[in-house]
Design a binder for this molecule. Structure first.
Ligand code: WT7
Length: 578
């Protein structure tokens, strides 16, 4: 039996020769008109020398670890795909999960891809409103969730979701209008197992993300994205067949899919999944007991570990660790050095977005780190910092201008053409088109590029909030707060927080007759939590004079400047902004 997983080292010669065609040749399916993410992640291993290797190991406080080998995962995902056939799901329809880090989530994700459906993860901590918006916008046809989540977050709005034909619940008893997961899989027709004949350009993954205005954006990715998932998992995360790997990102977000499921499985590693929330001691225990070799985590988690002290990790044997990387928010220089001091390895920052689908900028293994920098563009990725003014990227005669001064700040942009680039914001072609200017994809992030090509994150160019690594769209939060009878208007911003980076803060204007007191503040906090879940504001301030633009929109930029005690800028221009 030959091993189809290449030995790839992020060595200088490999990096120099790298292009997407080479990356394509590293997959098990020969280049052509067929490609399927689930085949590359699972089935290709299931009959080879890796068939009995543990593909996934699920840890939970509820009991002993659950292990699935590549062969078992192939069989599980076959069953789920057959169950989708059993309910008559058309190919290309959308299958969502609203689940914690339980085995069924991974089976549903890979089984849906195998069936030729589009997989859409939803974060389990979303409240009913964010869930409703995403299920309706995404025209989701099959939802896999729990009985409790269904009853509280989906059932009340089900009549608004004509596309939703099937709800599978992974626990018993299945409420009215749902089907039990076990029954659906047991009753699935025994059709010949196999992978749908998807083409590289067929839709595969739908990830919701947030912008400044309007509803969430559904970024659609295609099967060809696996070329980038695989290559970056090898080059930026240094994943080698046989490694034990832990990605702490929740699969409800893009990192947890690209690097919690797809990338690592294509590399033939053992993926550790922990169902629990952050707890410093347990995290060190997992690293030590699982003999984790590669660890992909996030700055908020690192800051929480830093707070737990440098002595704690000394109690654990972390000698298996070979590479540690981070993503999602700025990783400051101190955190990189903490890694060296406390766990014996520096933290390698990486940068990417829901839209890019895979790592675009990284401190690669073996390349000197500049602490505080996001690293350099991945090989085959062309990145630049573009001149910008308050209206966005600066165009001169219709063309963008690249920043050449290493001290100057501009907008981070990428040359389109990498395989995991999003192909659509579903239902919003204008918004998609607006991301591309003069041959560049605009990231919306502000950055600096030093003389050696290292990129330094400066901030976001928009009002979107980053809290504990998760994007929060202020509009989504404002809309829900304004549904409370006491609230006339709301302006939502991120306010600095030592652990989460930013937390969501809402400024609200009250309707006449309501008192801005502690009782109402608590009520609004609770209202937000009930309706929005993880997106809810942590702080509420009353403000009867919210600043507005001339067109009547709340000026979040000004709220933020005031909050930070920064100069408010030239108000005449801000007032005139659309
Ligand atoms: C935004 C994308 C891609 C996985 C995580 C989230 C911020 C991402 C870094 C970094 C500073 C970062 C940016 C980016 N971000 N990585 N290394 N340093 N900021 O994907 O939810 O789409 O968020 O996260 O602002 O635009 P996402």
């Amino acid at each position: 039996m030959t091993d189809t997983v290449r030995h790839i080292e992020p060595a200088a010669d490999v990096l120099a020769a790298f292009d997407w065609e080479l990356a394509r040749s590293w997959l098990a399916t020969p280049p052509g008109d067929r490609l399927n993410i689930a085949f590359e992640a699972v089935d290709r291993h299931a009959d080879g020398p890796r068939a009995d290797t543990v593909a996934m190991r699920f840890l939970s406080a509820a009991g002993p670890p659950i292990e699935r080998t590549y062969r078992q995962l192939r069989d599980d995902t076959d069953r789920f795909a057959a169950a989708l056939g059993g309910v008559g799901l058309p190919r290309g329809a959308r299958v969502a999960t609203l689940l914690g880090r339980v085995p069924q989530l991974y089976v549903a994700a890979l089984g849906a891809l195998k069936y030729g459906a589009v997989y859409c993860p939803l974060f389990a901590a979303f409240g009913p409103e964010p869930v409703r918006d995403r299920l309706t916008l995404g025209e989701v046809a099959v939802l896999v969730t729990t009985a409790e989540a269904y009853a509280r977050k989906v059932a009340p709005f089900r009549d608004q979701m004509p596309a939703l034909t099937t709800v599978l619940v992974v626990d018993a008893p299945a409420p009215a209008g749902t089907v039990s997961w076990d029954a659906a899989l047991a009753g699935a027709p025994r059709r010949p197992a196999g992978v749908a004949p998807t083409a590289p350009g067929d839709a595969a993954l739908l990830h919701f993300t947030s912008g400044t205005t309007g509803r969430p954006k559904g970024a659609l990715h295609v099967h060809e994205a696996v070329v980038a998932h695989h290559a970056t998992a090898a080059l930026a995360l240094d994943l080698r067949p046989g490694d034990v790997y832990w990605c702490t990102a929740d699969p409800g977000w893009v990192t947890g899919t690209s690097y919690g499921i797809v990338g690592p499985l294509t590399r033939g590693v053992t993926v550790v999944v922990d169902a629990g929330d952050f707890e410093a001691r347990r995290w060190y225990e997992i690293l030590a007991e699982q003999r984790v070799r590669v660890w992909y985590t996030a700055p908020t988690a690192i800051r929480m570990l830093m707070r737990a002290g440098d002595d704690l990790p000394k109690e654990y044997d972390l000698s298996a660790l070979r590479h540690v990387a981070s993503v999602g928010e700025p990783l400051n220089a101190e955190a990189v050095r903490w890694g060296e001091r406390a766990i014996g390895l520096p933290i390698h920052d990486t940068w990417w977005q829901t839209e890019t689908g895979a790592i675009m900028v990284a401190n690669l293994p073996g390349v000197p780190i500049r602490p505080g920098s996001m690293g350099r563009p991945m090989p085959a990725v062309e990145a630049a910092v573009l001149e910008r003014d308050e209206n966005g990227v600066r165009l001169v005669d219709g063309h963008i201008r690249v920043v050449t001064d290493p001290e100057a700040v501009g907008e981070l942009a990428l040359r389109p053409g990498w395989p995991s680039m999003f192909r659509e914001y579903i239902g919003d072609p204008a918004r998609y088109a607006a991301c591309f200017v003069d041959g560049w994809y605009l990231s919306g992030d502000l950055a600096r590029r030093d003389a050696d090509g290292y990129l330094w994150f400066v901030g976001r160019g928009d009002d979107v909030i980053k809290s504990a690594g998760h994007l929060v769209g202020p509009f989504e939060v404002e809309s829900v707060l304004m549904e409370h009878p006491a609230v006339v208007e709301a302006g939502v911003i991120g306010t600095p927080d030592p652990l989460a980076g930013e937390v969501v803060k809402a400024f609200v204007t009250l309707r006449t007759g309501y008192q801005p007191d502690e009782r109402l503040r608590r009520e609004l906090i609770a209202f937000g939590r009930r309706r929005l879940g993880a997106l809810a504001p942590r702080q509420i301030a009353f403000d009867q004079n919210l600043p507005h633009t001339r067109s009547g929109k709340v000026m979040r930029r000004l709220l933020k400047a005031r909050e930070l005690g920064m100069p408010e800028g030239d108000l005449s221009t801000v007032e005139a902004a659309p």
